[in-house]
Design a protein around this ligand. Structure first.
Ligand SMILES: [Zn+2]
Ligand SMILES: [Zn+2]
Length: 475
């Protein structure tokens, strides 16, 4: 018997945790954080307690309460007995938190399979973010019951990386990863050959990015496998068609930069390499330097090491690094001693302070995320513009931040523009992908509107809308 259990990604965008069982083999497809589920109970100042080990996460339904999955330090902290791991592997589609981050809770003997580039991104995340219980994907510090045991070195997880063309054997399964186009590099869909036929999992994908061919390759390969089941993402099943592409983002942003006499501030997600390339290109063509943060540099340097991505390193002539004001506020080297990712790069020749940017505003495009808007106080932008190159707010909390962001923009007279294209397939694209793959059965996840799939698939494809924790037998 082959079974699928959907522990996350149900009626929610992200949080995918799908257990695939074939005879004695058990594999999780992704193990991500469900921001929607988490946001139902927690917020900035009300967070799951780490002092309770895994307890708060289990009780509030952020992760499934099943055996043989979790770290023993977190279980014992919650008063449970230690357990032997009973999962053969986690196969990770890509390095977005809603697919990857709750790997943090998993037993260290469960190996993680992911794309080579996805691993690089996880390393960049690790280098520059503060360690916390929900962000210990690559390695973790044990949380023992006794304070004296706290100083032990981190426990490394086993990561096995793959590329398109590889075939991964795990127990009775053979898994074929195939690249797809998404708003992060190193994204894959999977064709999983089980003893009852092929099961296809899309991960997150689209057809309107810079490399639709990647997704089309996946569709072609998946179709050849004559799948008995397909698990598809459906983030934008409610949006008929996409008129925005990376090219339209470029066109819009280029026009804004050309017309601007002051500083250009761009806000985009640095995991999105295509977006980085768009702004890098515009900067180079406009005789401006692209100024990035030290956090961004952690990502860029890893991307640059992956020759296939074809991106410049952070020492490129068109790239500058923005030095934040910390500690004494005098840019003293000592101010950065607790920030290793900055300290290790202080000898770079291409570092700028806010004051240096302020004096030559029309020479730069500054990548500045909203969380760092307090730097505007020093940057004192004049005749300047802001380009919002991110998705629109889609929940209440984001709406509140968005309002706050607008207040900052108003305060500094920053003219605001928008240039963005989504990482996810529209309804039109989803229809094309599903018709192309032509599975016997479809399981829509990673969407708030799974029922809408019934309207778009041909009559001979059965749509089964998964329930949370529901078990679905394949044949
Ligand atoms: Zn996702
Ligand atoms: Zn994603």
């Amino acid at each position: 018997m082959v079974g699928l259990t959907f522990y996350g990604g149900v009626n929610e965008i992200g949080g995918n945790k799908i257990l695939l069982e074939d005879k004695d083999t058990k594999v999780f497809l992704d193990f991500g954080i469900g921001f929607g589920t988490r946001g139902k109970f927690f917020e900035e100042f009300l967070t799951p307690r780490t002092a309770n080990g895994i307890g708060d996460f289990l009780v509030m339904g952020l992760i499934p309460d099943i055996k043989g999955v979790y770290r023993n330090d977190l279980l014992t902290h919650y008063g449970r007995e230690p357990e032997e791991p009973d999962i053969d592997a986690v196969v990770l589609s890509h390095a977005h938190a809603d697919h990857a981050n709750y790997i943090s809770f998993l037993h260290e003997d469960i190996p993680i399979y992911c794309g080579e580039t996805a691993k690089l991104i996880l390393e960049a995340v690790e280098e520059q973010s503060k360690r916390d219980i929900e962000n210990e994907v690559l390695n973790f510090k044990r949380r023992p019951l006794f304070r004296k045991d706290y100083r032990k070195p981190p426990v490394e997880r086993t990561f096995k990386t793959f590329r398109t063309g590889d075939r991964i054997k795990i127990g009775s399964l053979e898994i074929e990863p195939v690249h797809v186009d998404h708003s992060v590099p190193g994204a894959y869909g999977f064709i999983i050959h089980t003893s009852e036929g092929a099961v296809v999992y899309t991960g997150d994908l689209r057809l309107h990015g810079n490399s639709p061919q990647l997704t089309l390759d996946f569709v072609e390969k998946a179709k050849e496998s004559k799948p008995v089941a397909m698990i598809t993402e459906g983030t934008r099943i409610d949006v008929e068609k996409d008129n925005s592409t990376e090219q339209t983002v470029y066109n819009t942003a280029k026009r804004i930069v050309n017309d601007s006499r002051g500083l250009v501030i761009a806000d985009f997600n640095f995991k999105d390499v295509d977006r980085f390339k768009t702004f890098y290109k515009i900067a180079a063509e406009s005789n401006r330097k692209l100024v990035i943060s030290f956090k961004h540099a952690c990502f860029l340097e890893r991307y640059a090491s992956d020759k296939k991505l074809n991106v410049p390193d952070s020492n490129d002539e068109n790239i500058m690094l923005f030095k934040p004001k910390l500690g004494t506020g005098t840019y003293d080297d000592g101010d950065y001693s607790n920030y290793k990712f900055i300290k290790n790069r202080l000898n770079y020749p291409n570092i700028l302070t806010a004051d240096e940017i302020r004096r030559k505003q029309n020479e730069y495009i500054l990548v500045l995320n909203f969380w760092y808007f307090n730097n505007l106080v020093d940057l004192k932008p004049e005749n300047s513009v802001y380009i919002h190159s991110l998705s629109e707010p889609f929940n209440e909390e984001m709406e509140i931040s968005f309002e706050r962001m607008k207040n900052w923009l108003d305060h500094f007279n920053l003219k605001s523009y928008r240039a963005h294209c989504s990482g996810h397939a529209s309804r039109f694209e989803l229809r094309k992908i599903i018709e192309g793959i032509n599975p016997e059965k479809l399981y829509p996840i990673h969407t708030e509107h799974p029922e809408m799939f019934r309207d778009i698939v041909p009559g001979d494809i059965g749509v089964d809308i998964p329930l949370k924790d529901g078990v679905y037998e394949i044949k």
